[in-house]
Design a protein around this ligand. Structure first.
Ligand code: K1U
Ligand code: ZN
Length: 182
């Protein structure tokens, strides 16, 4: 498995509209596994393929505390929405920024699994919110697009500053070698 690089706002590649998945082969299965590994390492509760610069309609989600309830949504379509929820959202492509977004609190989704099998599911709570956030990624939309122009500009400047600070920071020291008994 491999850790994938997550694109960061305002990278223009995050604005790409993803294409439907048509091939469910071994390479696609590896991409699904790599996305879970990348999401768990981040750590996050969801990840859309767009965020790792793969422009296919694929989402992985795991909202469980134990990190053992994997959801895969390929070519997701929202069939119905109801209720409203205002949730403090974060985004692995907008690191360190959290703000409130209003979305539907319940959704019915039709999608395919990692093998291409179609299913329909009713989701609610954070799972429903996370799915809507991830489908936005597949459409080239970010949660900061729901905020004011002023907030978005502040976020862009903060991330720019953080990136420059990270680039200027000296590399972390190498870990000490393990003690080997003589
Ligand atoms: O799409 C992404 O960038 C992932 C994002 C998903 C999301 C979070 C909150 C509301 C809607 C969508 C994240 O996972 S941000 C990190 C996060 O929320 C989290 C990380 C570790 C433990 C618990 C939450
Ligand atoms: Zn996101």
């Amino acid at each position: 498995m491999a850790l994938l690089t997550i694109l960061e706002y305002p990278d223009p590649r995050l604005r790409t509209r993803a294409e439907p998945v048509t091939v469910f082969d071994e390479a696609f299965g590896r991409l699904v596994d790599d996305m879970f590994e990348t999401m768990y390492a981040a750590p996050g509760i969801g990840l859309a393929a767009t965020q790792v610069n793969v422009h296919q309609r694929l989402i992985v989600i795991d909202i469980s505390e134990e990190r053992n309830e994997r959801h895969v949504f390929v070519n997701p379509e929202i069939l119905g929405k109801s209720g409203t929820a205002v949730t403090e959202e974060g985004c692995l492509s907008v690191p360190g920024i959290f703000d409130e977004v209003q979305r539907a609190s319940r959704v019915r989704v039709r999608a395919r699994d990692r093998h291409g099998i179609e299913f329909e599911q009713d989701l609610e709570g954070i799972l429903a919110v996370c799915l809507q956030h991830e489908i936005d990624h597949l459409d080239g939309k970010l949660f900061v697009d729901y905020l004011s122009d002023l907030k978005r500009e502040r976020i862009r400047k903060k991330l720019d500053k953080d990136r420059k600070a990270r680039a200027a920071a000296p590399a972390a020291p190498a870990p000490l070698p393990a003690r080997v008994p003589l």
